[in-house]
Design a protein around this ligand. Structure first.
Ligand code: DGY
Length: 323
């Protein structure tokens, strides 16, 4: 019987796996320590992991029987894919099923930051709501504003579709320009990154974390943005330099930010970012709807089963292993 390690309890049935594999599910809420992963990887045929598990070259090379790595996430920057490919191990991920939930959440953050919802809630609970005031907690209009989307992949496109309902001007930047048909359908304008920073009222990040996008937002980029601009990040924390974000928000280089992802995760309890009123921070939950997380887990299980059966993974990030 093939052996499998699943690094956390999943919100989906494991019946299909139990039928033909011996399954160990890491029972704790915290991820398995690296040494535990290293020990188990030597024994298993399949690994189902999460974005909190560092699946590096050492682990992959230790997995002498490893036939498949299946990640329950669309992003896979925690996995050394090159090391897996070198050993012809397919790596699965879970695209598409979380696109809408993540785009919805980016919008939730955008609206909350624009209209200062979290600050307002804090003020109310602190019994500081004394009367209706003409200038209490003034925010920014979203309707008719300019939205800048950094990364027009699946999630960026879903964000753009929602922006149309707010009659926004939508700018985007991307590694490659989209087709004119798609641009027209989404109502988006392709611009250089610096132009987007200068023109957008709201900048939302939807790019994967790669060596090229690491700290893509640093002091220089915040200098380019409008002092009234709002930054949203639901992609990966390390796309934004946290020290530069602190400087930008505390010195008024931008008005506000709302981030679902931080560098590192979880955010250290002594991070100066936690002291800022004009920053909303949530704990990497953009895809966390019940339905979406179940779909992600189910898709990760399907990838795992395909890999164990020597079939092509339905959603594989390194299809070159099959050539
Ligand atoms: C992903 O899937 O990469 C998200 O960050 C978690 O849903």
């Amino acid at each position: 019987m093939p052996k499998i390690l699943i690094t956390r309890r999943l919100p989906a049935s494991l019946d299909a796996l139990d039928a033909f594999a011996s399954v160990e599910v890491w029972p704790q809420r915290q991820p398995p320590p690296y040494e535990v992963l290293l020990d188990r990887i030597r024994q298993v045929d399949g690994l189902l992991c999460l974005l909190t598990d560092p699946i590096d070259r050492r682990l992959i090379e230790a997995g002498v029987n490893l036939k498949v790595i299946s990640q329950m996430a669309v992003g896979y920057d925690n996995i050394d894919v090159a090391a897996a490919t070198a050993r012809r191990i397919p790596v699965g991920h879970t695209p598409d099923v979380l696109t809408d939930a993540t785009a919805d959440f980016a919008w939730a953050l955008l609206m909350a930051a624009a209209r200062r919802v979290v600050e307002a809630e804090r003020l109310t609970r602190a019994h500081q709501w004394q009367t209706w005031e003409p200038d209490l907690l003034l925010g920014a209009d979203v309707g008719g504003a300019t939205l800048g989307i950094v990364g027009l992949g699946r999630i960026g496109q879903a964000v753009a579709r929602r922006a149309k309902g707010f009659e926004m001007r939508i700018l985007y930047t991307n590694q490659t320009r989209c087709s004119p048909e798609l641009e027209q359908q989404l109502g988006v304008e392709f611009v250089a990154f610096e132009e987007l920073l200068a023109r957008a009222d709201f900048v939302t990040i939807h790019t994967p974390l790669t060596p090229q996008t690491h700290h893509l937002f640093s002091d220089y980029q915040f200098e380019q943005m409008q002092s009234s601009a709002v930054l949203i990040n639901t992609a990966r924390g390390a796309v934004v330099d946290p020290a530069a974000l602190y400087r930008a928000l505390s010195q008024g280089k931008i008005a506000a930010a709302a981030i679902d992802v931080t560098e590192p995760e979880p955010i250290p309890s002594d991070s100066p970012l936690l002291t800022l009123e004009n920053l909303i921070i949530t704990p990497h939950i953009a895809s966390a709807s019940r339905q979406t997380r179940t779909k992600m887990a189910t898709m990760a299980i399907e990838n795992l089963i395909a890999g164990l059966q020597g079939k092509r993974l339905p959603h594989c990030v390194n299809p070159e292993v099959y050539s």
